[in-house]
Design a protein around this ligand. Sequence first.
Ligand code: CP
Length: 318
Amino acid sequence: MSEPAIPEVTWTRKDLVGIADLSVEEIELILDTADSFQEVSQRSIKKVPTLRGKTVLNLFFEPSTRTRSSFELAEKRLSADALNFSGSGSALSKGESLIDTARNLEAMAPDLVIIRHQHPGVPHMLAQRLESGVINAGDGAHEHPTQALLDAFTIRQHKGRLAGLAVTIVGDIEHSRVVRSNIHLLVKMGAQVTVAGPRTMMPAAVEKLGVRVSYDLDEALTDADVVMMLRVQLERHGQSLFPSTREYFQLFGLTQARLAQAKDDAIVMHPGPMNRGVEISSAVADGKTSVILEQVANGVAVRMAVLYLLSLAQQGDG
Ligand code: CP
């Protein structure tokens, strides 16, 4: 169970609540550290002692398949002790507040707290009040920083860089925390970002984040290096924002014919879960340009890197 070859690094940030807070250097350090951790998942015994004796609390108040399981796997592969907590079945249903719940759980001395919550700002609030490091695993429609980091890691693996790439992000821009974190990251790193989708799902003044806006999918896909499709987040729509899924697919669904507008070596991404036949056809989702399952695999290495770096700040030896 030998340690991976991690270069000596300096890291002082206690929490990861959003990409908006991170510098270019911090983003590069996370991605480089993830490079060092990736080989652990290829070993026959996928475990290193890096976080032995550390305790990580996973608080998920919204459903998750990928984020939750890859955080848990990352913790296990780093030899940390993990405690999983869901809102249902807890004393929250007896009226205990979230902050009281978190303080009681913190009394058991976790080093790091991972939180997914339906309300934007909850990870930030916990980060301010808890001694433990806090990692945002998705807060409402606000941010999903580890998703953007694993997306950037995947793009870098395929393209060797982020700067100068044409990245087109398509779909429900208004309700997506994935897109907000990706815009912050990609713009900081020098990519040219276009967002495309129906007007009813486009936030006001999104251009101010440094992106180009398009309402025409064929135009938005032209010469793209990276095409990132987003799920239509029906659960966050107060009312119907498009006439039918059939019409949505006709206008904004990614098909092989549409993808031909992008560069020949373009890659197709999706954070999951996918709505096949709504935002993406099965032929594209399962096709040779799709890196969707690589994104999932890379999530483990990126989350190992984030857990490791934040644990340095906890020890005060970053
Ligand atoms: N990408 C993502 O956040 O997926 P889950 O909701 O399954 O965690």
